[in-house]
Structures are given as structure tokens and as C-alpha cells.
Ligand binder design. Structure first.
Ligand SMILES: Nc1ncnc2c1ncn2[C@@H]1O[C@@H]2COP(=O)(O)O[C@H]2[C@H]1O
Length: 886
């Protein structure tokens, strides 16, 4: 950094090339040089944050011009290419730098927004402040008017300030007479200080008119004039040519910059109104700017975050993978979890990119994040980044309180609902909110109004999750998620189980004690060894598929059903279980690449692992466990390898039978009971009491139907809002309890409906857990599902049916893109939520690293499965061949 505080110093720098510096502060204006155009552009300063690598020179214009004149040369820093900026060096200014070392400049690329002055004539207004009209002012006035300036003159400090306070006719430039030292009516310093103390006048160009002797006589006076808030010092003259030059310069530099700053203010205001959360950091990843939405969502005031390392606000504390990418000048796109001031995490879809304001190097990093209201204040594991369902934050963020009257009237009418005889729980809730509003501040009232608005819609869980509300990032994702979550409405059978329900078994006619042993002796040692790993997340179901000759479900099923003593719970024996599993497995289509019995075994294995988790164990009884395992085993039975949409489009018998509603899932559930109950030899339910069987049946049907993806967001949202209570309790402990006093038992969901929500979530997670498995398995599943989608597309094309997912064409489809889309929209949120409930870090670990793997492949432009397989160090088992076991 260079710093010139007197003309001698400036002389010193005259002999240095100004090219050495990439930031110059001239006359307290700040310029930086563009590497591309070699032009100097104005920069807006921020206080106290050093930027590595910037070379800064500070010069005062008056001295600089003086030096130039004395040295007989013109300024190296051509005035023609410089945009000016108002002074920052006032001691009362929040932007005032304390020492030259503290200078840093917030790059805002504003030169792009400079408006042509001609389009903004409002700014060509001059105010002359002088107590003495003389030939100098007459010369200024005439010249200015000839150049289309509007000129107004006042004769005292008070009148001058009045002009600025009035508002409408605020002049862009004020010339203040500083030639008469003892002039009591025009006090230049007072005018400057008063003006600069008001923020809206920060951009007024203040020009001091001084005597010829002034600059040469006293450098201290020059500094004092400039530091009091003046931008320019002009020496008195009656020479109209000089005034033409000065006025043109004012127009080109000062006024155009003012115009630019006005627009920059507008941009900043827009940033404050946007629903996106914007953060800008410097090169060291220290936050330089965060917009208002940042404060709203994260809960920090701007001063809490400015100059703080970004990592401090990152929930997982490791923001390395993002910053590394940015440092390599690579844009980053993905989920980021930020830490709110209240300690809660908020997950946002983020696009981070490097920004080069000048020079060849990056100067800043910018993070733009989609925010939605769900993300704010939701407990851990919320679904904020289901960006497709964003709320309108307008009212929350609005400064306009004028609609309060209307809101209050509405509250009153809502309160009347309370008195209606048909009072429903939702009206009670709304009424309670209305009561709470009475004693709340405006902001809370507005937020609660929004809450009430949301509660009033009929489809509480699904209305905002329709595909038309979702903006997908790419067509593959659009196809996939669109196909998964759109279909006609489905009625979910609600199972209510009273707390007295228990597994009631008619009798236990079989020798249970030896059941497991008998079965296990019939498997090969290799399979046995593999099955010993059946309660580990990296269990290799493909290996079992291979060793069992594509009968993984019977083997794993026997192993796990015995482990959970399902035979005891149901009151059946090993042989029935084995026969049942054999028949069930035989109704899975081995020719399907994905929806075959290996998938059922995989879902069963995930289900078993979830059932082993403490939180689940506390919640579910043995009958629940049995239902979960059976539902997992049967949930895709007789899957044709085509989607429900395909069946509807092709007018398949199943679609006709089930009226296009939940076609596949209804079929899976119905067939399960048909197969199981029609033959006594495989009826695993035959030992159950009638009422227990009813409960079991309802439970299994409910879980199988819950695997329907069209209801995905509904199930997820319900689970989040009802079951993820602990963190909300953490926030507001009741009855003197601290969060640590609240044991999981105290807060675990207990109602039958809440238990149902957990079971639905459990099977849903198990069903799509493949992206959270170790990489090799995750890739294999991706390959299998893509192959099945491709087959469907092929068949649709051959049969001239509507193509449900046109992007899933085996020649063009990008597998990484499809996986990223699937994870972005379906997997990541759901598993973060599920993990927050059951605590299974290995699952999240694989999910995150797999996601990164797909991202890396996408970046490299890898598309096909063959290319992907080449990137894997070891080869994976082959896709099953078309010979079926069906
Ligand atoms: N890795 C994956 N990539 C894309 N889609 C998937 C993946 N895993 C599961 N799915 C889809 O998610 C759906 C969940 O329900 P289904 O098993 O009926 O069908 C599944 C597939 O359509």
C-alpha cells in the first residue's frame, strides 16, 4: 500500500508507475482498475477488512493536480476514464477508515449500471451557496444554464440545508463559497457536516469554491475541507472556459457516478427485497455482505456477520468442499446447511460462484440461496429445501403495515369460528393463533397471519407440492421427479391402533426354538457368512443375489424374520415362513432390472436396520416390527417393471381395476393378502386372533401404500411436522425443564397416528435407500433403475404410447444428472430428516459422498453407465438377465 499525505509524498509516487496499484483512492474516492479494459472504475468501500493481494495508493486530488501542474505533466490517472465517488473520509461516517491499512473495497460491478446522464436530467441541478453575489458566481450561473443545468442560489447555511431537507428539489451539486473566512452566514464546514450526517445526502456532490492562494497556502486547510465532506475544491475564476470544463467534468464524473450510486442503492434495495438469501465474502471467505433475507432466515443482524468467517455459520462446520471448488474458480451448486442464531440448522439450495470485479483474479465469492419460509423456524430435519413449495414471503418481509386493519378484521372473523358448533381441530388451532396475535408485535402478527393463511387451505400437506409449482434444474430431473410425484389423488387407508392392541396369537403350534437353526443349516457356508452381515449398512445384497441364484429374498427374509422373532409374534413356524417367502419371491419378476426380489431384499435389509435403532425400538412393539418387515418384503410384489403411469396409459387391467389410482401399490398390497391367505400352508397370519389380524392387515396395507411416490411430500411433511418435535422442545423448554432434561421418551411421538407416520417414513426410506448405500451399490442401483426406465421408454415408443419420461432414453440420458435430481428432490431432505430421527450417521455419510461422486461425474461430462462403470475400480455384479422366476 502506498499512502500520500502531503505533496512531497505524492511526488514520490509520481515516479512510481500507477500501474503498480490496482486500487487507488483519489480525493477520497476509491477506484479500481479493470484488467480487461484497463479502465479505472469507482468502487464502493466497506470498512475494516483487508483484502489480500490488493495494492492501494491514496492520493488527494488537489495535491495531485498541484503536483501535476508543478511537474508540468498531466495526471497518469486520466480523469476521462475515472468515475468519481463521494468522500468516505468523514470521521462520523460508518465507512470512514481508521487507518489506511483498513481500507477494503466492496466490489459491486456497478460501472455496468451507470446510466447515461442524458436519460436522467433530474440530476443536473446546482445549488450555489454564497452570501455575496459576484462576477465569479455570475460566470458559473451563466455557463451552467447554457449547459442546461438548473441553477438555484441561496445566501445562508440554513437556507442551503433547508433545500436538502425539503426533499423534492434536492440539488445534485452544491457549490459553497469558501472564500470568505469570517463569513458567519455561510459556514462551509457546517454545511458539509450537516449534509453528510444524513444518509440520503451522501451522494450530493459538494464543491468548495476557494481563492487562488488557498491550495498553495495551506495543505491543512485542503485536508480539512475534504475531510469535512467536500468532494472537490475549485479555485475561483471568471473564465467561462474553465467553468465549462469544470461543469462538464462534474457531469461526466460526479453526476454520472451519483446516477450510478442511485441505481446501486436500488440494486441493494432489490437484494434486500429478494427472497433469495445472498451472501458475499472476500477471498478469505469472510462475509462482506448479507442481504435482509439472510437476517430474516438466519436471525443474525448484518453486524453479527460482517467480517466473520463464513464457516462459523455453516451447520456442519466443514465448508471446505465448497470453498475448494470456488478457489479453483468452479461454481458450486448444492445444498448448504447454515446455522441459525437460535442454533437450528437451515438447509438451502445454494449456488456459489467466484466473482472477479477487476484484475484477473477472483475478488469475491457470492452465495445465492433459494429460501422459503418452511426453512425458517422449522425443527431440524425440516423440508426447507423442498424449494418447489416455496411460500410467498412478501408479507413477512414487507415494510407495508397498512393492511393491518384488514388483517385484524379477518382475525376477528376467524375468531368467530371458535363459537361455531361444528368446531374442528383446525378451527381451534386458528382460534388459538388469533388469541396469540392479540398480544404480539407487528412482525409476529404478520407471520402468524401467514400461518393462518396456510392452515386455511384444505390440502395442508400437498397443495404446495404440485409439480407445476416446481422449477426443475434440468430436463432429466423434471422427467424423473415429475413422473414420480404426479398422478391422480390417492386415498390412504388410515390405520388407528389403540394402545391396548397387542400381538394376540391364537396358539403356537410349532416348535419355535429350533426354527432358525433348522433353516440356517440348509444354507451354504458362504451365504451364512454373508448373512452374518445382514445388520450392517454395507451389507452386499448383490453378493447374496449371486450366491443364492437370484433368491436373495428367501434367504435374507428367513434370516431377518427369525432375528426379529416374527414367527413368535405371528404364531407360525419356520416352514410356513419359508413357504410364504418362497411364494412371495417367486412373484417378483427376475427379468426386471430394478424391481425384482433383490430390491425387495434390499428394502427388507434397510427396514431391519431401522428397526434396530433405539428410537424406533422404543416406539414400535413386536407386532409393528413384524408388519414393517412383511410390508418391506411384499411392497413391490409382481411389479411389472413399468410405472403406474405406463399401466394407466396402456389401459392395463390393473389400471382399470384400481381406477388409475395408486395402481401398483394397491396391487402389491392386494396380491400380498391374496397369496398369503388363500393357502393355509403359507398363511403366516393364520395364528393371529381376528382383531389382531385386522390390525396387521391395516398396518401392512398402509405401509405398502405409503411407498407410492405421488404422496412422497405429503408423508415427509407430515412426518416432519408431527414427529420431529425434540428440537422445537429444545428451543422452548417447558415447566422449568432444560433441553437436556427432556428425555427422548418424554418427547417421542406416541399416538397411533404418529406411530403410523413413523412406519410410513421408515418403509419409504428403506424403499429409496439405494443412494445412501456404499458407492458401488449405489451405482449399481442407479444403473438398474435407469435400465428399467429405458426399457419403459423403448416400449412406449414401440407401442406409440405417451412417453412418461422422454429424457430417459438410453442413448442420451445422463445418469449422473438423474441421480443428482433424484437426490436433490427426493433423497437428501428425506434422509437428513430421517437421520435426525433415528441417528444413523453412516447412511448420511454415504449419501453425501455419493452425491459428490455424481456431481463430479456430471462436471466431467460423464453420461452413460458404461463410462461410469469404467470409473469404478472394481466391477459390479451384472444386471440380472431376462430369464424370470415369475
Ligand atoms: N437411484 C434412483 N434413481 C432414480 N429413481 C429411483 C432411484 N431409486 C428409486 N427410484 C424411484 O423411486 C421410486 C420409489 O418407488 P418404486 O420402488 O415404485 O419406484 C422407484 C423408482 O421409480
Amino acid at each position: 500500500m502506498g499512502y500520500a499525505s502531503n505533496s512531497k509524498d505524492v511526488f514520490k509516487y509520481r515516479h512510481e508507475s500507477i500501474e503498480k496499484y490496482n486500487i487507488v483512492t483519489l480525493d477520497h474516492r476509491v477506484y479500481s482498475k479493470s484488467a480487461d479494459t484497463d479502465e479505472w472504475n469507482v468502487r464502493r468501500p466497506v470498512k475494516n477488512s483487508g483484502t489480500a493481494g490488493n495494492r492501494i495508493l491514496i492520493i488527494l486530488t488537489a495535491m495531485w493536480d498541484n503536483c501535476c501542474r508543478r511537474s508540468g505533466s498531466t495526471s497518469d490517472l486520466s480523469r476521462e476514464t475515472v468515475d468519481a465517488y463521494s468522500p468516505i473520509n468523514r470521521s462520523d461516517s460508518p465507512l470512514a477508515p481508521q487507518t489506511p491499512e483498513n481500507f477494503n473495497y466492496y466490489m459491486f460491478g456497478c460501472s455496468k449500471y451507470i446510466q447515461d446522464l442524458r436519460s436522467n436530467p433530474m440530476l443536473k441541478k446546482i445549488l450555489i451557496v454564497t452570501s455575496k453575489d459576484d462576477s465569479v458566481w455570475q460566470s458559473v450561473t451563466t455557463t451552467a444554464r447554457n449547459l442546461d443545468w438548473a441553477v438555484n442560489r441561496v445566501s445562508s447555511s440554513e437556507e442551503a440545508l433547508e433545500c436538502f431537507h425539503k426533499g423534492n428539489e434536492v440539488p445534485a451539486v452544491a457549490f459553497v463559497d469558501c472564500r470568505h473566512q469570517n463569513d458567519k452566514t455561510v459556514d462551509a464546514h457546517q454545511i458539509a457536516r450537516s449534509l453528510r450526517s444524513i444518509r440520503k445526502n451522501a451522494h450530493v456532490v459538494l464543491v468548495a469554491l476557494v481563492r487562488k492562494s488557498f491550495v498553495v497556502r495551506n495543505e491543512k486547510d485542503v485536508t480539512s475541507i475534504l475531510t469535512s465532506g467536500f468532494n472537490k475544491i475549485i479555485v475561483e475564476t471568471c473564465n467561462k472556459n474553465v467553468w465549462i470544463k469544470e461543469l462538464q467534468q462534474l457531469e461526466k464524473e460526479d453526476i454520472s457516478v451519483r446516477s450510478m450510486l442511485i441505481q446501486q442503492d436500488a440494486v441493494l434495495a432489490a437484494l434486500d427485497k429478494t427472497k433469495d438469501l445472498v451472501i458475499i465474502t472476500d477471498l478469505k471467505h469472510n462475509i462482506q455482505y448479507m442481504n435482509k433475507m439472510g437476517s430474516i432466515v438466519l436471525g443474525y443482524a448484518p453486524e453479527d456477520v460482517v467480517n466473520q468467517p463464513l464457516a462459523v455459520f455453516h451447520q456442519l462446520g466443514d465448508i471446505d468442499q465448497i470453498t475448494k471448488k470456488l478457489q479453483k474458480n468452479i461454481e458450486w451448486d448444492g445444498k448448504v446447511s447454515w446455522k441459525c442464531k437460535n442454533g437450528e440448522p437451515v438447509y438451502l439450495q445454494c449456488r456459489a460462484f467466484p466473482f472477479r470485479s477487476f484484475g484477473k483474479e477472483t475478488t469475491n465469492f457470492i452465495y445465492v440461496q433459494e429460501t422459503i419460509a418452511e426453512g425458517h423456524g422449522y425443527p431440524r430435519g425440516s423440508v426447507p429445501s423442498i424449494r418447489k413449495g416455496s411460500y410467498d414471503l412478501k408479507s413477512i418481509n414487507s415494510d407495508d403495515f397498512s393492511f393491518k386493519g384488514a388483517q385484524s378484521a379477518r382475525r376477528q372473523s376467524l375468531a368467530k369460528l371458535h363459537n361455531l358448533p361444528l368446531e374442528a381441530p383446525i378451527t381451534k388451532v386458528i382460534s388459538l393463533i388469533c388469541t396469540a396475535q392479540e398480544n404480539s408485535n407487528d412482525q409476529v402478527v404478520q407471520i402468524l397471519d401467514k400461518v393462518v393463511d396456510i392452515l386455511r387451505v384444505t390440502e395442508l400437506y400437498s397443495s404446495h407440492l404440485k409439480t407445476e409449482n416446481i422449477k426443475f434444474d434440468d430436463p432429466v430431473t423434471s422427467d424423473l421427479i415429475g413422473a414420480l410425484i404426479t398422478q391422480g389423488p390417492m386415498h390412504v387407508t388410515s390405520t388407528r391402533r389403540s394402545s391396548n392392541d397387542s400381538a394376540t396369537v391364537k396358539n403356537q403350534p410349532y416348535g419355535m426354538g429350533i426354527a432358525k437353526m433348522n433353516f440356517m443349516t440348509s444354507v451354504t457356508p458362504q451365504i451364512k457368512e454373508l448373512l452374518d452381515m445382514s445388520l450392517y449398512w454395507d451389507f452386499n445384497v448383490f453378493k447374496l443375489e449371486e450366491l443364492s441364484m437370484k433368491r436373495p429374498l428367501v434367504h435374507l427374509g428367513m434370516n431377518l424374520l427369525m432375528h426379529f422373532e416374527v414367527h413368535k409374534t405371528l404364531g407360525c413356524d419356520e416352514r410356513t415362513l419359508h413357504a410364504w417367502l418362497t411364494v412371495i419371491e417367486s412373484h417378483y419378476h427376475a427379468k426386471n432390472t430394478y424391481h425384482n426380489s433383490t430390491h425387495a431384499a434390499d428394502v427388507l435389509q434397510a427396514t431391519a436396520m431401522f428397526l434396530e435403532k433405539d428410537r424406533i425400538k422404543r416406539l414400535l412393539d413386536q407386532l409393528d416390527e413384524a408388519c414393517c418387515l412383511i410390508a418391506a418384503i411384499t411392497h413391490d410384489i409382481d411389479h411389472p417393471g413399468k410405472s403406474s403411469a405406463f399401466l394407466c396409459n396402456s389401459q392395463n387391467d390393473l389400471a382399470i381395476l384400481y381406477n388409475d389410482i395408486s395402481v401398483l401399490e394397491s396391487h402389491h398390497a392386494a396380491l400380498t393378502f391374496k397369496l398369503t391367505t388363500r393357502d393355509e400352508r403359507l398363511n403366516i397370519f393364520k395364528g393371529l386372533e381376528k382383531d389382531t389380524y385386522k390390525v396387521v392387515r391395516q398396518n401392512i396395507i398402509d405401509m405398502i401404500l405409503a411407498t407410492e411416490m405421488t404422496k412422497h411430500f405429503e408423508h415427509l411433511a407430515k412426518f416432519v411436522s408431527v414427529c420431529n418435535k425434540p428440537s422445537s422442545l429444545d428451543e422452548a423448554p417447558v415447566d422449568g425443564l432444560t433441553p437436556s432434561d427432556v428425555s427422548p421418551e418424554t418427547i417421542a411421538p406416541t399416538s397411533a397416528e404418529e406411530v403410523n407416520l413413523v412406519k410410513r417414513m421408515l418403509i419409504k426410506c428403506a424403499d429409496v435407500s439405494n443412494p445412501t448405500r456404499p458407492l458401488k451399490m449405489c451405482v449399481e442401483w442407479a444403473k438398474r433403475i435407469a435400465e428399467e426406465y429405458f426399457n419403459q421408454t423403448d416400449e412406449e415408443k414401440i407401442n406409440h404410447l405417451p412417453v412418461v419420461m422422454p429424457m430417459f432414453d438410453r442413448v442420451t440420458c445422463s445418469i449422473p444428472k438423474s441421480q443428482i435430481g433424484f437426490m436433490d428432490y427426493i433423497i437428501n431432505d428425506m434422509f437428513e430428516t430421517w437421520d435426525s430421527f433415528i441417528d444413523m450417521p453412516e447412511m448420511l455419510y454415504y449419501m453425501r459422498s455419493n452425491y459428490q461422486y455424481w456431481k463430479d461425474l456430471e462436471e466431467k461430462g460423464t453420461i452413460s453407465i458404461n463410462e461410469i462403470c469404467k470409473t469404478m475400480t472394481t466391477t459390479l455384479p451384472k444386471i440380472p438377465e431376462s430369464s424370470g422366476n415369475h
